[in-house]
Design a protein around this ligand. Structure first.
Ligand code: SIN
Length: 342
């Protein structure tokens, strides 16, 4: 007979990153190998999570671990996103599941968070967390970040408080739309820019200042990507590249991409996001190359390489406006949009 689970559960999905990293010396926070320690071991290393039977639990919720991947997040792939999405969809549909925590590398965490935010429809919290120091460090930040993420995932405020995909790092709760990594070393490595953080985790309690609506539309961009109900079986998403404007930008990279595209038989370039300077400016040479790309059928979106702010002024008539998304998030939005429009 199959035993029905009635206990509340929080699901902890491991994907790797520095939080799961190991270094040869406890005082070395830089020269380590990411993605070495399994998610179950990470939880077992936090004594506060052991219940009276020695099982991992948090606030009365059983913790259920799954190792979805074990990668440095610079090597995160669409295939891993597909598995992650499938596991999130599976678990979120279970009534006993309060929320999900995903452990992830910091380097591309904002991209996975934005992807999941764009395609998952849920009122339950899905909380990505990470660490800047490896698990072997004298003072690792991962255990506290994990505890804070569990507090967010076990939030009872599902309808009035926290819901949807968020990021917890250094006691701070960020929305998947606004969060970006802004520092390469500090433990508090993330910022939500002008939009501001969603709130904080203080001693296991959430202080929420604003909430994120599930699938909150990004200005000018269709984010009903959950309509792509076959993401799980897609071989790949349309190919979109990011091109940076800078002093002396020639546009040669775009022309090279177009040349490759003309001979490619699979995964042809479908879109380009230009990380423009300032308020969306592009050198004349790069602009001409991007016009050629558009003329060849490549969709071009303009974003800004500035850390903060959204493009201000007239709606872009020449190239698509990335709706205030950073270049890396605009790339994801454009791939999903192109897939949706197929
Ligand atoms: C990674 O992104 O996987 C490595 C770096 C980090 O987690 O801080």
């Amino acid at each position: 007979m199959i035993k029905q689970t009635t206990a509340k559960q929080i699901i902890v999905l491991g994907t790797g990153g520095t939080i799961a990293g190991k270094s040869a010396s406890a005082t070395d926070n830089v020269d380590y190998k990411a993605s070495e320690v399994g998610v179950e071991t990470l939880l077992a290393a936090i004594p506060a999570l052991a219940d009276s039977n020695g099982k991992a639990s948090y606030a009365g919720c059983e913790l259920v671990c799954e190792q979805v991947a074990q990668v440095d997040s610079k090597d995160m792939t669409f295939e891993i996103w597909q598995v992650l999405l499938a596991r999130c969809t599976h678990w979120l549909a279970q009534p006993q599941v309060q929320g999900i925590v995903i452990t992830h590398g910091t380097d591309t965490l904002e991209e996975t968070a934005f992807f999941l935010h764009s395609v998952l429809e849920t009122n339950k919290p899905v909380v990505l967390t990470c660490a800047m120091r490896p698990s072997t460090a004298v003072a690792p930040d991962g255990p506290q970040n994990l505890l804070d993420a569990l507090a967010a995932a076990s939030s009872e405020q599902i309808n009035t408080g926290l819901s949807g995909v968020v990021v917890v790092c250094a006691s701070t709760i960020h929305s998947a739309v606004d969060v970006q990594k802004v520092h390469n070393y500090r433990l508090d490595a993330f910022s939500s820019g002008d939009a501001g953080v969603l709130g904080y985790v203080k001693e296991g309690k959430l202080v929420i200042y604003r909430n994120l609506e599930v699938n909150m539309p990004v200005a000018g961009i269709n984010t009903a990507y959950s309509a792509i109900n076959n993401i799980a079986i897609l071989k790949q998403l349309p190919r979109v590249e990011i091109v940076l404007n800078h002093s002396g930008a020639t546009g040669d990279m775009v022309l090279d991409l177009l040349a490759q595209r003309s001979v490619a038989s699979v995964n042809k370039l479908a879109g380009i996001v230009v990380a423009a300077t300032g308020n969306g400016t592009i050198s004349q040479a790069l602009e001409r190359a991007l016009q050629s790309a558009e003329a060849a059928g490549v969709v071009v979106w303009r974003s800004s390489r500035c850390a903060f702010g959204t493009l201000v002024g007239k709606a872009d008539v020449q190239f698509g406006d990335s709706g205030g998304l950073t270049p890396v998030k605009a790339r994801i939005a454009l791939t999903l949009q192109l897939e949706l429009l197929k």
